[in-house]
Design a binder for this molecule. Sequence first.
Ligand code: SAH
Ligand code: SF4
Length: 386
Amino acid sequence: MSVNLLDFNYGGLSEFCAQIGEKPFRARQLLRWIHQSGAADFASMSDLAKPLRERLATMAVIEPPGLMSDHAASDGTRKWLLSVGAGNGIETVFIPEANRGTLCISSQVGCALACTFCSTGAQGFNRNLTVAEIIGQLWWANATLMSNPAECSAGEAPVAGVGGNGAALSVRHAVASRPVTNVVMMGMGEPLANFENVVTALDLMLDDNAYGLSRRRVTVSTSGLIPAMDRLRERCPVALAVSLHAPNDTLRNQLVPINRKYPISELLAACRRYLASAPRDFITFEYVMLDGVNDSLLHARELVRLVQDTPCKFNLIPFNPFPHSSYRRSSSQAIARFRDVLQQAGLVTTVRKTRGDDISAACGQLAGKVHDKSQRTSRKAMEMTK
Ligand code: SAH
Ligand code: SF4
């Protein structure tokens, strides 16, 4: 069986080269072809000797996930549904802004953690994504956006269209500046529950011979898997966002069930440990604004007291509804009042703009196509019929 070279970081490619009797510098050349030039076949790799190209073609492939659909929102946000086999699909979103382009990447097919306000969580869990499927999202985004650079700037509303792998081939040797300047692991799934594959993909995002992003421009968002946060700090300390969503354990236990295992005080201690190695001197706390649930002034004041020893910024996310969700979005007045309390206490607080509304590309709306293996959805259906 052929190996998929998209599964390898520099270390993995070096080992592969050693196994086939090639010099280590070939790993660097391959990285550049695959990730910088978007090459999907070996024939185009002009600085590799022809016999080597032919040999590679017999033993390896460069195979990103297939493109199932491509949607463009009126605000320029772009969403791709990528096929990951067995009828499953994952979503990747590109959000262009004036001075940066952010790609929101998925890490799992579904999610097992079942946060009660999250569309991915409601679908149950199928499996972890491979490295090729994780980095393949960035590979696709660069390939598609660089083949049509006009689509990368804010305000453009590109025409939706599905290209085959041919779209990628046309961008080989493209020298246009990279459209994706920032990556956030805030798509489907809990990245730290797929630790090894996510970290290998992070290696590629940071590698100067691949995507060359700085650690500050790559953010992992977690619901708070403490042991994995500690491992990330040691292995690859990129920027960290933590989904807090509640100022006390009683409420967080309901919203983010993993809190029963890793309660808030331990989570905050892990955040402070992380800061010693983090590329930024604060943790970003995400806080979804749920009408009448976690959005009162009392909650805001409790939150201020809670984080007083933890250098942090807040990102308030207006709840994005999805079919069958039982929550409502807080009113804009409630969100503004909540923000004011945090700001008056000296906490830098932003309210996340909702982008890509018209194509269901906003935070927490990514649904993809998940065949639930945990059978949570069928259990739920059973309960509803009781
Ligand atoms: N599993 C990770 C990352 C993916 S979710 C995590 O939970 O952090 C990215 C962010 O979107 C998280 O902060 C998550 O809590 C938030 N989110 C999930 N569902 C949402 C919804 N319906 N509306 C707004 N934000 C949501
Ligand atoms: Fe999973 Fe994050 Fe959704 Fe919770 S919010 S269910 S951890 S994807």
